[in-house]
Design a protein around this ligand. Structure first.
Ligand code: AHR
Length: 308
């Protein structure tokens, strides 16, 4: 807004900063830490005042954060939703308050798409397909049956639902490939290790492939596989999603075979969208960051550029 005036009585454009309320879903993984940092840095750079709340995996806490943003009369609200369903009532409250809302990172399941301005985030289904394609190629000359362990992320979250679907549909083209055990491990290193330990105990002989829905769970699983006495990346092929620095180290060491990139650096896109919303511009309903696939063979070339 405009405030003050100069010697001639002309108003000075001392822009009152835009206030953005952001409900982050948690701090479960290196991806999430990078995502939070990106949003904080980009807000600072854009001169946007960020009111940041961490919901620690609780949708209820996200509701509370959003209600506090409404009470504070922030200009824009952004949400990284922990799960896909159950958002309609709270988004109606936001709409009734006349505050534009942006969905970041994870998609939501709502009938009425006028409840949000835009969704900025990766195509998780495509990520699952890329992981599946890699496994199809990697196991091409392997005799069946080829048992796959799947470490899923957070139950009900869109990355877990979509990656699982994309992967499954892709490997279905070869009947020898079968998911023999699939467990939720909440996108964390510790749960990844725990669940993998149990899977190996139950089906150690059958598992030839691990699809981990993120790098952190793959890192935990690698420890479990080594403790079980098998070689990750050799006895059990591993494909995961994200592209963190630690996963790159494992790619280079040959302990992870392939990482499908999921880009957490959404801050600049988000601040751009916030600014444009405040200018009254029309935004695309969907903004998708570009993403690659990295393998043991190509990891070295890209390792130095990793920002998270
Ligand atoms: O929503 C993105 C996913 O959430 C990332 O792949 C995972 O690491 C994070 O916890």
């Amino acid at each position: 807004g405009l405030s003050g005036s100069d010697a001639e009585g002309e108003p000075i454009a001392s822009a009152k900063p835009i206030v953005l309320g952001f409900s982050q879903l948690g701090s479960e993984s290196d991806w999430r830490m990078a995502n939070t940092r990106s949003i904080q840095d980009a807000a600072k750079e854009a001169g946007i005042r960020l009111v940041f709340e961490n919901a620690e995996q609780s949708q209820q806490k996200q509701f509370e954060a959003i209600r506090s943003f409404i009470r504070q009369k922030v200009d824009v609200i952004a949400v990284a939703p922990v799960v896909q369903s159950g958002w309609e009532p709270i988004l109606k409250e936001v709409k009734a308050a006349g505050i534009p809302l942006i969905i970041s990172d994870r998609s939501i399941d709502v009938q009425d798409s006028s409840l949000y301005v835009t969704f900025i985030g990766a195509d998780f289904y495509e990520e699952g397909r890329k992981a599946g394609k890699y496994i199809l190629d990697k196991t091409r000359d392997m005799a069946g049956p080829i048992g796959i362990a799947e470490l899923k992320g957070t139950e009900g979250s869109s990355p877990s639902i979509e990656r699982g679907k994309g992967f499954k549909e892709t490997i279905a083209s070869r009947p020898e490939l079968a998911i023999v055990q699939s467990e939720f491990a909440d996108f964390t290193v510790s749960k990844g290790k725990e669940r993998m330990k149990e899977i190996l105990k139950a089906k150690g002989q059958e598992i030839k492939v691990l699809f981990a829905h993120n790098d952190d769970m793959a890192l935990g699983a690698i420890e479990a596989i080594e403790e079980y006495g098998l070689r990750p990346g050799k006895d059990i092929y591993i494909v995961s999603v994200d592209g963190t620095r630690k996963a790159f180290e494992m790619l280079i060491a040959g302990k992870i075979n392939c990482v499908v990139e999921c880009n957490p650096l959404l801050g600049p896109n988000l601040m751009q969208a916030v600014t444009e919303v405040m200018q009254g511009r029309t935004l695309p309903k969907r903004i998708v960051p570009s993403e690659s696939v990295f393998t043991e063979q190509t990891a070295k070339k890209f390792a130095a550029e990793r920002k998270y």
